[in-house]
Write a protein of this length. Structure first.
Length: 71
């Protein structure tokens, strides 16, 4: 997010966050999340996957997309 010298934030950036222009925002100090990293709280734990598992997941996703009714 880009903040102007006067502290304002352009309306298009505010809209991208799903907020209306004029919404009051506050600045908070950036710090590590609960699990130690900045994204620690927002990222679920992922199991260890082999390359074959990853490829199979991709194949399943392609099959789902090919059969989707919105296509």
């Amino acid at each position: 997010m880009i903040v102007a010298d006067d502290g304002s934030i352009p309306a298009d950036q505010v809209r991208k966050l799903g907020l209306e222009p004029g919404t009051h925002l506050r600045v908070v100090e950036e710090g590590p999340g609960p699990e130690g990293g900045p994204l620690g709280a927002s990222m679920p734990g992922f199991p260890d996957l082999s390359w074959e598992d990853f490829e199979r997941g991709g194949a399943l996703a392609r099959e789902d997309a090919a059969g989707a009714s919105w296509r």
